[in-house]
Design a protein around this ligand. Structure first.
Ligand code: GLV
Length: 326
């Protein structure tokens, strides 16, 4: 019997390609070419499954042009590259890669918080530039983390991971804002209290954003929200570009209206707002939240398991639109 055909849209671990090749006829973009939309459509012809990395937009236009497609497996927990309604309408299954990246991503969120609050990147650049000639009492004086108030917007698995780090490791008071209140047991584990967005922004010493991107969460933090924050506060975005108005943030940082920021995601990435590149009190990383080798391998294996689970066994592990399975 012929094996189903799948496309792997970007380069991934060779061992994952080998696993997929046991079950599928695999075309893989191991050269990691950045395909245009028409090129992507052309490579998708005749494919029943596609392994995506979060960069490829799956929408009604693509689904109409690729009628053989049955499943898109994202190697990412976020899936704002998927038009889920269009996929469901076309009977195409969507899967993501949750859970396996939770602690790794929470680590990066905390690393950015620490680096921004304690001006690690800024002072390192100063040192490397040969500007460190003497000690002074207020040189790179930042904000305390231990014992401070941590505000988390978006209290899913990664938000909870950050809350546990703050509460259990750094004796922080944790407040959060979320669509719904956590159950009492989880709130107690995270030592977290639900507050309004306004109270969170006014009270927190450090604000971490972990909300999924959607039209509703676009510019969750803009000029008005930045104006509510303490002048010493730290803002960390490990969620998605577009959750923060990057131009407004760069302005607030430049004018000292907040203390510092740590950003792993950007509006229009991999482009970065030019003003963010010139303000000193911001730590910038190139979307590396889940970037440890074991975690990236686990994410790609989960995407592969979804393809195998669905196309071979009819049982995907982490479906986003299970209505398609009914
Ligand atoms: C990374 O941004 C992810 O959504 O997994």
């Amino acid at each position: 019997m012929n094996k189903p055909k799948i496309l792997v849209a970007r380069a991934i671990f060779p061992e994952v390609i080998d696993r997929l090749a046991v079950h599928f006829e695999v075309e893989s973009n191991q050269a990691d070419d950045l395909w245009s939309r028409p090129e992507f459509f052309a490579h998708l012809q005749g494919k029943q499954g596609v392994f995506t990395t979060g960069d490829q937009r799956i929408d009604a236009e693509l689904l109409a042009a690729c009628p053989d497609l049955k499943i898109c497996a994202n190697m990412a927990v976020g899936y704002n590259n998927f038009d889920l309604d269009a996929m469901t309408a076309a009977g195409v299954l969507a899967t993501n890669a949750p859970n396996v990246l939770t602690e790794t991503t929470a680590d990066l969120g905390f690393a950015l918080l620490m680096a921004a609050a304690r001006r690690v990147a800024e002072s390192e650049h100063f040192l490397r530039a040969g500007k460190w000639t003497r000690w002074s009492y207020d040189m790179f004086a930042g904000s305390d983390v231990y014992g401070s108030t941590l505000g988390i917007i978006g209290m899913g698995r990664i938000g909870q991971g950050i809350a546990r780090r703050g509460a259990l490791g750094f004796d922080m008071k944790v407040i959060y804002h979320n669509r719904s209140q956590l159950d009492a047991v989880t709130e107690a584990q995270c030592k977290a209290r639900l507050v309004s967005k306004k109270e969170l922004l006014q009270t927190a010493d450090h604000v971490v954003l972990v909300v999924p991107y959607s039209a509703a969460s676009h510019h969750t933090i803009g000029a008005a929200e930045l104006a509510l924050m303490k002048p010493t506060a730290t803002l960390v975005n490990i969620a998605r570009g577009g959750i923060v108005d990057d131009a407004a943030l760069a302005k607030a940082l430049k004018e000292g209206r907040i203390g510092a920021a740590g950003l792993d995601v950007f509006e229009g990435e991999p482009k970065v707002h030019p003003d963010l590149l010139t303000v000193p009190n911001v730590v910038l990383t190139p979307h590396i939240g889940s970037a440890t080798r074991p975690t990236r391998l686990a994410m790609s294996n989960l995407a592969a398991d979804n393809l195998i689970g669905f196309l071979v066994n009819g049982k995907p592990l982490t479906p986003l639109n299970p209505a398609v399975l009914a």
